[in-house]
Design a protein around this ligand. Structure first.
Ligand code: SF4
Ligand code: MG
Length: 337
């Protein structure tokens, strides 16, 4: 499939408070050169520990904050060139659903009014917007006769998240970014909402960016997976490759920390020890080397770059073990095993 979204070399750093002089000011490189694409109608899952830059990446794409640098192409057109009406259209085409379903709903509006609100602001007549809101409520499994006039505090967490999904759909978007969208829900409710998302994706040819720390959920919903560590992409590829033949030691460690996802063949997996290093002063070379069981001096002197794996260019990893030319003593045998 054609890519709906292409992101190139996205960067964002934040100044650390308390550093008055520009010379001594320190920065957190929250997103440090992230590139990827999402094919139309597919789901890209983004995983990594908290603070790895997943949510910042999402906010930069949605233009909720400006990037320092980088470029985006949406459906074949450069987003950075969008201005005025076109930028508004891009914003409608891209909707987000966040984790905190309660805080994101206006407590003074009924849920039908909440869903109708955005389209009204964008010029849809109120009656049409309310009619659409009722239809969307029915579609997300909330019977309008029973739910339309309720207020957010009268709903369960799962129901509120269905309202947030309906509200996103009211703009008829092409891309929906789901940032920990099912994280606050009980397992059984989570499964229902995930199934709803899958149905809606097929019906409306939606493309999803699905951000989650839950590797089971990402396995279930994703077509492709991208693993981030300290603001960078360390591995990306088709979901079955990432879950079955992870090539980066960080990905293997993440997966092995989830017991039922540790098939016996993954013999090189090792439990993930320690915390990520301080993002204000990330180590030189490979940022994972302090926690990596395969770290070698070359990992300190040279930063690995994302490279396609032999015979599998869509599966990419940034680790010297996967690069026969890296000089890492275990590189070749690792590739062959
Ligand atoms: Fe480990 Fe070196 Fe690979 Fe980094 S480049 S993940 S330190 S083996
Ligand atoms: Mg987050």
């Amino acid at each position: 499939a054609q890519p709906l979204l292409i992101v190139r070399n996205l960067k964002k750093h934040f100044a650390v408070r308390g550093q008055a002089l520009e010379k001594t000011r320190k920065y957190v490189h929250a997103v440090d050169g992230v590139s990827f694409s999402v094919p139309k109608g597919k789901t890209l899952g983004i995983v990594g520990e908290s603070g790895c830059g997943k949510s910042t990446t999402a906010r930069l794409i949605a233009r909720l904050m400006p990037a320092d640098s980088g470029s985006m192409v949406f459906d074949g057109e450069g987003v950075d060139e969008f201005g005025g009406i076109r930028l508004k259209e891009f914003r409608r085409n891209l909707q987000m659903v966040f984790q905190d379903s309660f805080a994101s709903l206006n407590p003074r509006l009924t849920i039908a009014e909440t869903i109708a609100y955005g389209p009204c602001v964008h010029g849809m007549p109120k009656a049409a917007a309310m009619q659409q809101a009722h239809a969307l409520l029915a579609r997300v499994g909330l019977e309008p006769a029973q739910f339309a006039s309720r207020y957010p505090h009268e709903l369960s967490g799962g129901q509120r998240q269905r309202v947030n999904i309906a509200r996103a759909l009211a703009f008829d978007p092409r891309l929906v970014i789901l940032d920990e969208a099912v994280a606050a829900l009980d397992k059984s409710v989570q499964a229902q909402v995930l199934n709803l998302l899958q149905e809606l994706k097929a019906e409306r040819q939606l493309t999803y960016l699905f951000i989650s720390h839950d590797l089971h959920v990402v396995h279930y919903i994703s077509d492709y997976v991208m693993v981030m560590y300290l603001g960078q992409v360390v591995e990306t590829g088709p979901v079955e490759r990432i879950y079955g033949q992870a090539a980066h030691p960080y990905t293997r460690a993440l997966l092995s920390a989830v017991p039922s996802m540790d098939p016996e063949r993954r013999t090189q997996a090792s439990p993930l020890a320690g915390d990520p290093p301080n993002p204000i002063n990330p180590p030189g070379g490979c940022r994972f080397r302090d926690r990596c069981p395969h770290a070698d001096p070359v990992c300190a002197s040279h930063a690995p770059i994302l490279l396609g794996l032999p015979g599998e260019p869509a599966h990419q990893a940034a680790c010297h073990l996967n690069d026969p030319a890296s000089g890492h003593p275990a590189a070749l045998s690792e590739v062959q095993s």
